[in-house]
Design a protein around this ligand. Structure first.
Ligand SMILES: Cc1ncc(COP(=O)(O)O)c(C=O)c1O
Length: 388
């Protein structure tokens, strides 16, 4: 290689963000990862809820490489058939909760876009969100994110936002949406510890927001693309927000984001409202279409529900007090969560932490195999058996 620093004694230039796993990842396949020492890990973390059809699914890899050979990239300045096909595929997959889509690159960009459009369409500039909600690191997305560490020293540049307590009907009844452009919520809050928004509360929130001319955004960056056993949480709830935002599992690891909306909302868009150089790039579209095909062909949404039921039956015990969430977005609740995480790591099972110290998150690839499920159950049961 012409650049030689990778071979030299120089310190590594990469800025550290999250605390890394205790090993270096070499390669992955399905629901497994292998480290550079040859160790095999079961991945219940899924690259942070991303690798929906598993690591390097052969059909996904072929779709990406075929499109890369044909046309790696062209922006939306040029019409490319695969972009139109991808939009139709995602709307068909979404099964009635949206009619039109805008492609971008990340979850934050999808949320930023939906929040911005809510401002444009209502002429308002204030937001509402939910306590514990996490929506990304761009300015409007941070404005609606309830995480002091993310917001620190930026309050002055963030947009005004009020945070509603989750599932609190009285607080919702008292809340005034009349100044709000949009209200955003995760149907299941992930980062704050798998906290599920109750259907009746969400339904009342939509009705109340709409009665005051405030638009509703479901942040489905983690709950979407089949993870809950349906295409989106909106399908699970039988509710239709104005915008659904998607990313993470959408193209199973190839960067892609999307904002889905109804025909009525799309009809209000004006030419300069939307744009993104890389959004809906041909390779991302190929990756997304392959992801959706695999999910449907391999019946992964049914599988998600089956595994959830099995885990519900087998994981609860003295030291695991609850299994929160739905499908394969689950939270193991235990006051010994830290010790359980260490036990699972010792057994080479990757899980995620959360902002709730008593909750570990499971967000594995949807292609999770029976041996992996059994190994998790076995490890948790072995942990239960050890005296506290
Ligand atoms: C619910 C939710 N929304 C938005 C985001 C931001 O997504 P991205 O990191 O792709 O910008 C995340 C990221 O973890 C998320 O969990």
């Amino acid at each position: 290689m012409v650049l030689s620093r990778t071979n030299g004694p120089m310190p590594n230039a990469l800025i550290q963000t999250y605390e890394p796993f205790p090993f270096v990842i070499d390669h992955g396949r399905g629901d497994r990862l292998w480290d550079t020492e040859g160790g095999e890990w079961i991945d219940f973390y899924g690259g942070h809820c991303v690798c929906s059809v598993g690591h390097s699914h052969p059909d996904l890899v072929s779709a990406i490489s075929a499109q890369a050979e044909k046309l790696l990239f062209y922006s939306t300045a040029g019409k490319v058939e695969i972009r139109d096909h991808a939009a139709d595929a995602l709307i068909e997959f979404s099964d009635g909760v949206a009619d039109r889509v805008f492609f971008c690159n990340t979850g934050a960009e999808a949320n930023e876009t939906a929040l911005k459009l809510a401002c444009r369409m209502t002429g308002r500039s204030k937001f509402a969100s939910v306590e514990g909600g996490w929506h990304g690191r761009t300015t409007l997305a941070m404005s609606v994110t309830d995480d002091p560490a993310i917001r620190a020293s930026l309050e002055e540049v963030l947009a005004p936002c009020d945070f509603l307590p989750l599932n609190d009907t009285e607080a919702l009844n008292r809340f005034d949406f009349s100044q709000c452009a949009g209200v955003i919520l995760e149907p299941i809050q992930s980062m704050s510890g798998i906290r599920v928004a109750e259907k009746d509360w969400v339904s009342a929130l939509i009705n109340k927001a709409h009665a005051s001319g405030c638009m509703v955004i479901f942040d489905e960056v983690q709950t979407g693309i089949g993870r809950l056993g349906k295409p989106f949480a909106a399908n699970v709830l039988g509710l239709k927000p104005d915008f659904i935002t998607s990313a993470k599992g959408l193209a199973s690891g190839f960067p892609m984001g999307a904002v889905l909306m109804s025909e009525d909302v799309a009809a209000q868009l004006k030419a300069p409202d939307l744009g993104s150089t890389f959004g809906g790039g041909p390779v991302a579209c190929a990756a997304m279409m392959a992801t959706l095909e695999i999910i449907l062909r391999e019946r992964l949404m049914d599988r998600t529900t089956e595994i959830e039921h099995r885990l519900r039956n087998e994981l609860l015990g003295l030291r695991v007090t609850a299994l929160r969430g739905q499908g394969l977005l689950l939270g193991i609740e235990s006051k010994d969560a830290k010790a359980l995480k260490s036990k699972l790591y010792a057994d080479q099972i990757l899980v995620g932490g959360s902002r709730d110290p008593n909750v570990l998150r499971l967000m594995p690839p949807l292609v999770l195999t029976d041996p992996s499920v059994i190994q998790l159950i076995y490890s948790v049961q072995a942990f239960q058996a050890v005296a506290v």
